[in-house]
Write a protein that binds this ligand. Sequence first.
Ligand code: SAM
Length: 224
Amino acid sequence: MLYFVATPIGNMSDITLRAIEVLKAVDMVASEDTRRTGRLLKQYDISKPQMSFHEHNKAHAGARILGHLAEGKDVALVADAGTPGISDPGYTLVRSAIEHGCEFTMVPGPCAFVMALVLSGLPTHGFTFRGFAPKKSGQRQRFLAVDAQSPHTLIFYESPYRVKKFLQDALVVFGDRQAVLARELTKMFESVDRGPMSQLIETIPEKPKGEYVILVHGCGEEKE
Ligand code: SAM
């Protein structure tokens, strides 16, 4: 069996009993960053063989994982943080498992964008998660423009270095809509800032730190 196991996005207590059980029981733990995962396993007193599975080796490592499964072994895939398959290469492993008829399931748990959406106060009955936008401004504006007329709450992941640039482009594409910056969720300096995009831009420090989810109100008036 292949397990996609969600792990904490900051607070180490945010792990399920089942996640710990599964990580203890599997033969191998695959992850993007084995050192980081090693620390996580140590935290829960788990000692387990590990292998790396990341953007640059996903084809080869994915084949290795399928090989282990064919031998009757159990493998867990964990993300750097949160839910594997969301804005990380876990998605490609799901595709391979389907193609090869492998049995797989998920141990659900934290996911940054779900927590950000709930805390944002923006409508949750319709939302579009877009993950990371392109790094270059022109490409980013074209990427954002796809959803310019969408009535749904829009959700993005962004590196702290590009949050300001992202908001500046979002302001050009969407106009001065309500937006939310959800930062360092579940961590000591967790914050959720809400306001028109132009106002949020002013609050971003010169050298922002931490992890951000950006949410933007959909096009049109809020209905509920
Ligand atoms: N798989 C993860 C999930 O379930 O949310 C997301 C992985 S993605 C590679 C990393 C991005 O998620 C970060 O750049 C940031 O945008 C967002 N993120 C992860 N942890 C976060 C946190 N504690 N607070 C805010 N955003 C977070």
